[in-house]
Design a protein around this ligand. Structure first.
Ligand code: NAD
Ligand code: UGA
Length: 458
């Protein structure tokens, strides 16, 4: 059996590496339009940072895992084609700012139809709106050569960044949606048998296409909703003297609620929660359900509010002005153990502070400086080649905190817990402020050292 995956990103790369690792008899080729990305996947310096990923790739690469820029060859040879391209929020035309942009999915379908010389199972791995399989089928069938058949399946991915290898190795479930026809059921079984190489059958759920597509959006919406719920309560805790971590623990002990995804924060980020919620809101409106749309929009609104609340709090605490003040930002990724910054809360906090004329000194152990400048919409140098005066990217946390008026923790990297805070205090302006956007530091100890500490929901 041969598999091709279109899109060598955060999902396509790790997912296919795991399939190849677990199924040595299946040849897996991952292709991308960006040839530099393919080169990186073939190097020691993978384009995606995930704990444990390099070992999985190293074991399978060259054996039965290949990264290639030759899309046509890989598509021609494959029996199963995964479509794992981006589905960002549309930034133009109808549905701008809410609907999913399906241009990359459609381009992939057109390429498959054009280059295929035999029947294929086409698998939607990307997260897409409900009933996208219908459009995909229409594009494929309208361009099919005689004698060729395409079976479309939905197989959404539930991995979280930072734990992708763990999640792929031992997922809570794998979801495969397909048509109720005999051919559809055969295609479902073919894909399920690939996963059954390492995942127990009872964890492989099969549904109809639309349930599978919708389940993906709903899973992300429910997860994001829990974070917005606890973040909304964090503000109430601050107002009343309750401690949000204690509240979170107390409610999480109820087995009906459960302890996961109740960690208060500066706001959720990542490429998917906001995008998928916006998409769900758009779908509800499209299907004439404005009340349902409003309900889910509230999850996004609270998240935006929480991010803004954090930066306002910094400005307010620093005597209502951060103009010219150095603020050390520890962490820029949207969560720990990833180099991904998409929709990171740090971007929004950073932009707010820049607008208030602060000087940012940013340290993140995995994010490259070019990425940070791009996200903050600033250039590294001006037209004369002089360094940006407002943003400094630091190689070490102590470099960022030296001479700072305030330190803000934006990502929960474990290494931030064990810094020498006595030294940091000595080297900062006084009063020295800490804003812990992830509640990971030992606040009592920091207060003993002399810091003025502000946490989330305490
Ligand atoms: P990504 O941007 O990292 O990767 C997508 C890749 O597809 C890019 O490298 C792009 O160059 C490539 N591409 C686009 N058009 C192509 C074409 N015609 N041929 C070949 N390559 C093409 O995106 P991602 O984070 O991997 O997400 C992909 C999908 O998976 C999205 O729909 C996302 O919602 C979903 N998803 C993401 C995650 C996650 O953790 N990032 C988890 C679950 C689901
Ligand atoms: C999320 C889902 O967890 C995955 O199941 C899904 O496949 C993926 O989206 C997707 O569709 O892309 P991801 O965004 O990679 O995964 O990471 P999460 O662990 O969900 O974290 C998302 C954001 O929420 C991060 O900014 C994180 O710091 C924040 N978060 C998470 C909290 O603020 N509190 C929590 O309790 C949990």
């Amino acid at each position: 059996m041969k598999i091709c995956c279109i899109g060598a990103g955060y999902v396509g790369g790790p997912t296919m590496a795991m399939i190849a690792y677990k199924c040595p008899d299946i040849q897996v080729t991952v292709v991308d339009v960006i040839s530099e990305k393919i080169d990186a996947w073939n190097s020691e310096d993978l384009p995606v940072f995930e704990p444990g990923l390099y070992d999985v790739v190293k074991e399978a690469r060259g054996r039965n895992l290949f990264f290639s820029a030759d899309r046509q060859k890989a598509i021609k040879e494959a029996d199963i084609i995964f479509v794992s391209v981006g589905t960002p929020t549309k930034s133009y035309g109808a549905g701008a700012g809410r609907a999913a942009d399906l241009v990359y999915v459609e381009n992939s379908a057109r390429e498959i139809a054009e280059w295929a010389e035999s029947s294929k199972i086409v698998v939607e791995k990307s997260t897409i709106p409900v009933r996208t399989a219908e459009s995909l089928k229409t594009v494929l069938h309208a361009n099919t050569k005689p004698g060729i058949r395409f079976d479309v399946l939905s197989n959404p991915e539930f991995l979280a960044e930072g734990t992708a290898v763990e999640d792929l190795n031992d997922p809570d479930r794998v979801l495969v949606g397909g048509e109720a026809t005999p051919e559809g059921q055969k295609a479902i079984e073919t894909l399920a048998s690939v996963y059954a190489n390492w995942i127990p059958r009872e964890k492989i759920i099969t549904t109809n296409l639309w349930s599978s597509e919708l389940s993906k959006l709903v899973a992300n919406a429910f997860l994001a909703q829990r974070i917005s719920s606890i973040n909304s309560i964090s503000a109430l805790c601050e107002a009343t003297g309750a401690n949000v971590d204690e509240v979170s623990y107390a409610i999480g002990q109820d087995s009906r609620i459960g302890p996961k995804f109740l960690k208060p924060s500066v706001g959720f980020g990542g490429s998917c929660f906001q995008k998928d919620l916006l998409n769900l809101v758009y779908l509800c409106e499209h299907f004439g359900l404005p009340d349902v749309a409003r309900y889910w929009q509230g999850v996004i609104d609270i998240n935006d509010w929480q991010k803004r609340r954090f930066s306002h709090n910094i400005v307010q605490s620093l005597f209502n002005t951060v103009n010219g003040k150095r603020i050390a930002m520890l962490g820029f990724a949207f969560k720990k153990d990833t180099n991904d910054t998409r929709e990171s809360a740090a971007i929004y906090v950073g932009r707010d502070l820049l607008e208030e004329q602060a000087q940012l000194a940013i340290f993140d152990p995995k994010v490259r400086s070019e990425q940070i400048f791009r996200d903050l919409k600033h250039s590294e140098t001006d037209e004369n080649g002089n360094k940006n005066q407002q943003i400094e990217i630091c190689q070490h946390p102590y470099e960022a905190t030296k001479g700072a008026h305030a330190l803000a923790v934006l990502t929960e990297w474990d290494s931030f817990k064990d810094l020498d805070y006595e030294r940091i205090f000595r080297e900062m302006y006084k009063p020295a402020f800490i804003f812990d956007g992830r509640n990971i530091l030992d606040h009592a100890k920091l207060r003993e050292i002399g810091f003025t500490v502000t946490a989330i929901g305490r």
